[in-house]
Write a protein that binds this ligand. Structure first.
Ligand code: SAH
Length: 387
């Protein structure tokens, strides 16, 4: 078994609890094969933990266990069962959810999403990738899915020296899986959809937003129209905007399925659309803003902040008094306090007074690990235009 020896600075970092060790914090690397399980040790040889080793990424070690003992088939099976048990407790009224969320489930860099009886997995480090055959075997044994597909077409894999790939490893993956979320139904195509087919992290926020929206509602960056679908139950009219034709076609199909004839779909750049709506003098009772991550790295935060401000400022301007804004940021690099600051500046610039109704995060099947801030990326703030 390979060994990684920490520097003193690395040990101080490890003691704070973070599950990653960076290469610069290693004094010595001994017999560590890429993607293997290694032990992490103090300079004096004292055992600290076991985890995945990567010979390419800046993240050289990912914590698997703070205990000694074999990490094999039984160990991983138990971790998968624990992940499933946790979902049983926190997920309800849906058959589409994240079954395994990497570090937060003690299985670093493994993602498994469930759509009905179909599983989609991603392996984002050498360690998880190396264990793919075992994970496939165990997922099949524990969950008996109809199909299991690997969606490893992700650029982050490049940081680990891993290729991009997509393949169905078990069964047949249909191009259209019907799932439900509270009282709406929607279709998923895990082979070609964004992420693993859907944005599962917004599930509870969509349901919650649906309880506030009334009258004229705008769902901006709508993807498959799920925020809009929840809103459409009680709203008079919902306008869904996205730049992707493919996404809009699915959104329209979802609306038909749910017998929702009060939804409209527009293929537009949301930045332009909001500007034009302001110029046309239109207004809304409810607006949902769910843009893609603008701050992909720490260096992007300043320009990303400008993007968030422009969107939120226009949305606040478009809201009628008493109207509700549901606004999200999925940029890990933009903190909740910075996001709230941007919202404050936006409101001030258009001389609006907003009340915070709720501060929310990602759905509970994407649990945040206390010692791993990277696992908390989604912010969803629900506001009301007071006067
Ligand atoms: N709200 C959705 C997820 C949105 S993901 C849900 O809950 O499922 C972000 C969406 O923004 C994607 O569908 C992407 O196609 C779209 N998008 C990205 N940039 C855009 C832009 N400038 N204008 C309009 N849509 C955009």
């Amino acid at each position: 078994m390979g060994r990684l020896i920490l520097t003193s600075k690395g040990f101080a970092w490890f003691q704070k609890g973070h599950p990653w060790i960076f290469r610069d914090d290693l004094e010595k690397i001994q017999d560590a094969a890429p993607g293997s399980i290694v032990t992490l040790e103090k300079k004096n040889g004292e055992f600290l933990a076991q985890g995945f080793y990567s010979d390419r990424s800046k993240i050289a070690f990912r914590l698997v266990s703070r205990k000694r003992g074999a990490i094999g088939r039984e160990f991983w099976k138990e971790r998968l069962q624990q992940a499933a048990g946790f979902r049983k407790a926190v997920v309800g009224k849906t058959n589409a959810y994240r079954l395994v969320y990497g570090e937060s489930d003690g299985i670093p860099s493994l993602i498994v999403d469930r759509y009905g009886d179909h599983l989609v997995m991603q392996t984002l480090s050498q360690g998880a990738d190396h264990l793919t055959p075992l994970f496939v075997e165990l997922l099949s044994e524990v969950f008996q899915p109809d199909s299991l597909t690997i969606r490893n077409d992700l650029s982050v894999r490049g940081l680990e020296g891993l290729p991009q790939e997509k393949k169905t490893l078990l069964g047949n993956l249909p191009g259209h899986i019907e799932v439900y979320e509270e009282n709406i139904r929607y279709g998923v195509d895990p082979w070609s959809g964004q992420k693993t087919g859907s944005y599962l992290d917004q599930r509870e926020n969509r349901v919650r937003a649906g309880t506030y929206f009334r009258g004229e509602v705008l769902d901006a960056f709508c993807y498959h129209g799920l925020f809009g679908l929840h809103a459409a139950r009680a709203a008079d009219r919902v306008i869904c905007v996205d730049s992707s034709q493919e996404a809009l076609e699915r959104a329209a199909e979802n609306a038909r399925w749910n017998d929702q004839d009060n939804m409209e779909f527009r293929r537009e750049n949301v930045f332009d659309f909001l500007k034009e709506e302001v110029e046309r003098g239109n207004s809304y009772d409810g607006i949902n803003l769910d843009p893609p991550a603008f701050a992909k790295s720490r260096g992007d935060v300043t320009s990303a902040s400008r993007g968030y401000k422009e969107l939120n400022l226009k949305a606040i301007r478009l809201l009628k008094p008493g109207g509700v804004l549901v606004t999200s940021s999925c940029s890990y690099n933009l903190s909740e306090s910075r996001f709230l600051e941007i919202l404050k500046e936006s409101a001030r610039d258009v001389k609006a007074d907003l009340r915070i109704l709720e501060k929310r995060g990602q759905s509970p099947d994407h649990p945040v690990l206390l010692t791993f801030p990277e696992s908390h990326y989604l912010k969803c703030i629900i506001l009301e235009k007071a006067f």
